[in-house]
Write a protein that binds this ligand. Sequence first.
Ligand code: IPM
Ligand code: MG
Length: 367
Amino acid sequence: MTTRSLFLLPGDGIGPEAMDEVRKLIGHMNEALGSGFEVSEGLVGGSAYDAHGKSISDTDMEKALACDAVLFGAVGGPKWDSVPYDVRPEAGLLRLRKELELFANLRPAICYPALSASSSLKQELIEGLDILIVRELTGGVYFGEPKEIIDLGNGQKRAIDTQVYDTFEIERISGVAFELARTRQNRVTSMEKRNVMKSGVLWNEVVTAIHKAKYSDVTLDHMLADAGGMQLVRQPKQFDVIVTDNLFGDMLSDVAAMLTGSLGMLPSASLGAPDAKTGKRKALYEPVHGSAPDISGQGLANPIAMIASFAMCLRYSFEMVEEADRVESAIAKVLDDGLRTRDIMSDGMREVNTSTMGDAILSAFQG
Ligand code: IPM
Ligand code: MG
């Protein structure tokens, strides 16, 4: 029997509650379909800090490096606001991204038909929306050195972050974007700030060159990232795949996520390069939403983004495309049936808690 190793890092806040709903699906798939998932679990973020003073332990890092896929919940919360910067909850996530070399972050923004009324934009603007943001995840200002605050000695301090990109980093992320565009509407929009930043100039050059050399069948547009943000709220359906750097991707993907009605709906996949021998990519799957400490522990969390992240895991790490489709259809069906967690509640719908939503998706999956 195939074994598929999954390493769960539920993290903080609503992370564990959302992960519990994925566990139900995994359990069912093992029992009823013989999917052979081997599940182990670790600590990340504030919960790891509480247990051993680090935002992820070396042992858990090793497990993350060894497994087929990591499922990640969320990290952070006010409880850890004053812990040292190096061991703050987010550092655990950044260490995972960096050491697993998860350079490609795929953030789909899909509008479920049942939710098209809950967007802050007019319904006709977002009905049928299906954008994929491909965000560079291991470079740019997140990791560039120097990164420090220095004391200038005259009562002033200076803070420095460094935006840095090498050719190969831009080449590999745009390659992922072009490949994915070919499976969709065949259009890529690259976003940077070449009018202000040298990294934007190089980004633009490299994307243009790789397009010409290898992907000229794909339609490519360039947009300044600020204009891109504006276009995302003006006419979001003009986009198919957006490729952009780490920081712009962070911001633009939050914008795109909110177009769909709730941050609680969207999954993401962070992928490494295919292994030269096995062809397998290291991968981590996580919801776009954060730990939402204000609602944690009350059964109010929307588990859909976490469950949809598991669907992405089935699709990208295990080639279980049919099962991934079924999970996504199960989510759509439950929404069509009128079930809503509080974040997406609207008139005439039935408000349910986290666990009832998870159960309903499982039963829709079972058919
Ligand atoms: C995200 C988050 C992270 C980021 C934080 C938690 C470090 O906002 O995944 O978008 O900035 O990348
Ligand atoms: Mg973010």
